[in-house]
Write a protein that binds this ligand. Structure first.
Ligand code: NAD
Length: 496
């Protein structure tokens, strides 16, 4: 699947039925730090090859679904060990193709492995058939595999958001066709290759490309489940494409996560200030669950902004992802950079004040790559695009609010509801949290710092359908099959 062309350049091929499949055309993947440098090449999978991959997965499913859970766990554990052994190599590739600093790339592997370990530890009990004897007879509830899973992942966390699907799907007895994003296809392909080396041919297949391949994966009748992470707009196309054959779906979509600072929040708490800055700017703000709009009670607003700027200027060091001093790298791609820039410029035109944050470590590099200096946006209206749209980049608006009712309304009027956070005295924060429409709400922390893979993760409203992580994130790859053996076979209300 991945061939080391020379020391620096990786060539990725589609992987179908245990074989690398040559493609007619290859696309170059550039380094966002230096866009003239090619990190590797990936193919554009043809429609015919995508169909081949789906058919290979459907063929392999016939035998794979009969393997024992112990066997599947054993294979997955071996794959985990191999990923661990190759961690440095994977992290380097991920940093080069994505632009995230090395510590952040290590963090992605850390979360991926934590989840894969959890899935291995929990799979047996999560998928264990339940047999209940009751007054009306006996019921057997089994967790059967669904079939062929089309797993489609985005560019921001290409490894974590691929393994979040691969591990539970395979443990539950499904087979898979993975399509990573064309904006970060190389490291995800490398990890899929490592996992595939432990599994029979056809159980994991990998195809590449963008919407054209995605459409085949989401409409082909042999695909019975779609596991998609990406934008809400793309999900709307996927729902339409899948409607013809009514597929099971897990959709993890966009968010516009709010961080709410109550009157009881201590602005002098430097660790908390560092946590919110990280929650805004980790991975240059390109995380679904990052805090994308910050609301602060008016009574502490001015002091909050002052302390926030100090904390941001301490933590944000924009530079080379391979420099251990760097905390924020470039944006992953030019399209995203221009989109974020457009939102900031629009806010400025509307009268907002834009405050640059952090220190640029290498000006030459900054000008050469897809870098954006992180910014704080003050003085905007609650309905300005920078507040209501998902910016997915290194900029954040901070707005004052007057009372809890108002901020709860501002939070809940969004079409999104992925995560949120409330900061302040614990009991006050929990009381506000209970009133928020979101899949996860964190108290006194936000984003990945408050993520716990043992519990279900996902969004409400247009942030998604279904959950990943937790036991739910394993069972979501199963059909719940009930076998009823009633004692009384004749219903009393049906006449003789
Ligand atoms: P995107 O929707 O543009 O692309 C995601 C994937 O879908 C890519 O692999 C892409 O090639 C594929 N795709 C594009 N068009 C398709 C189609 N018509 N049919 C099938 N597949 C298609 O998203 P992105 O820009 O890669 O990622 C950023 C978005 O993902 C943000 O909105 C972010 O919030 C969201 N996201 C959500 C989560 C979550 O867990 N909720 C996590 C990470 C990212």
């Amino acid at each position: 699947m991945t061939i080391q062309a020379d020391q620096e350049t990786i060539i990725v091929e589609a992987f179908i039925n245990g074989q690398n499949v040559k493609s007619l055309s290859q696309v170059a993947k550039e380094n966002p730090t230096n866009p003239t440098e090619i990190v590797g090449y990936f193919p554009v999978t043809t429609k015919e090859q995508a169909v081949e991959a789906i058919e290979a997965a459907a063929g392999a499913f016939k035998t794979w679904k009969h393997t024992s859970i112990d066997e599947r766990i054993m294979m997955m554990r071996k794959a985990i060990e191999k990923i661990r052994a190759a961690e440095n190599e994977i992290v380097h590739l991920l940093s080069r193709e994505h632009g995230k600093p090395l510590y952040d790339a290590h963090g992605e592997i850390y979360v991926s492995l934590m989840w894969m370990e959890f899935a291995c530890n929990e799979a047996k009990s999560a998928l264990q058939e339940e047999i209940k004897e009751h007054e009306n007879g006996k019921t057997i509830l089994s967790y059967d595999p669904i079939g062929v899973v089309a797993a489609i992942s985005p560019w921001n966390y290409p490894i974590a958001l691929s393994t979040i699907k691969i591990a539970p799907a395979l443990l539950a007895g499904n087979t898979i066709v993975l399509k990573p994003s064309p904006y970060a296809p190389l490291a995800a392909a490398k990890v899929a290759e490592i996992i595939a080396s432990e599994f029979p041919a056809g159980v994991i297949n990998v195809v590449h490309g963008d919407a054209d391949v995605g459409v085949e994966l989401t409409s082909n009748p042999l695909v019975t489940k779609i596991a998609f992470t990406g934008g809400t707009a793309t999900a709307k196309h996927i729902i339409k494409a899948a409607s013809e054959t009514i597929k099971d779906m897990t959709l993890e979509l966009g968010g516009n996560d709010a961080a709410i600072f109550l009157e009881s929040f201590d602005v002098h708490d430097e660790r908390a200030m560092r946590r919110i800055v990280i929650s805004n700017f980790l991975t240059a703000g390109q995380i679904c669950m990052i805090a994308k709009r910050v609301y602060v009670h008016r009574s502490i607003y001015d002091e909050f902004v002052e302390k926030y700027i100090e904390a941001a200027n301490r933590w944000i060091r924009i530079g080379d992802p391979f420099d251990s001093n760097t905390t924020v790298g470039p944006v992953n791609n030019l399209k995203q950079k221009n989109y974020v820039l457009g939102l900031v410029e629009d806010a400025q035109k509307r009268g907002a004040k834009i405050i640059p944050l952090g220190q640029i470590l290498d000006q030459k590099l900054f000008e050469q790559g897809y870098y954006l200096q992180p910014t704080l946006v003050l003085g905007c209206d609650v309905h300005d695009p920078i507040v209501v749209e998902e910016q997915f980049g290194p900029t954040v608006p901070i707005l004052p609010f007057d009372d809890e009712e108002q901020v709860i309304h501002l939070h809940n009027e969004s079409v999104y509801g992925l995560t949120s956070s409330v900061w302040g005295k614990e009991e006050d924060a929990i009381s506000v949290a209970r009133q928020l429409e979101a899949g996860t709400t964190m108290i006194n922390t936000a984003a990945v710092q408050g993520l716990d893979v043992r519990f279900p993760f996902g969004g409400v409203k247009q942030s998604g359908i279904g959950r990943e992580y937790g036991v739910e994130g394993i069972r979501t790859y199963t059909e719940k099959h009930v076998i009823n053996v009633p004692k009384t076979l004749d219903l009393p209300y049906i006449p003789e």
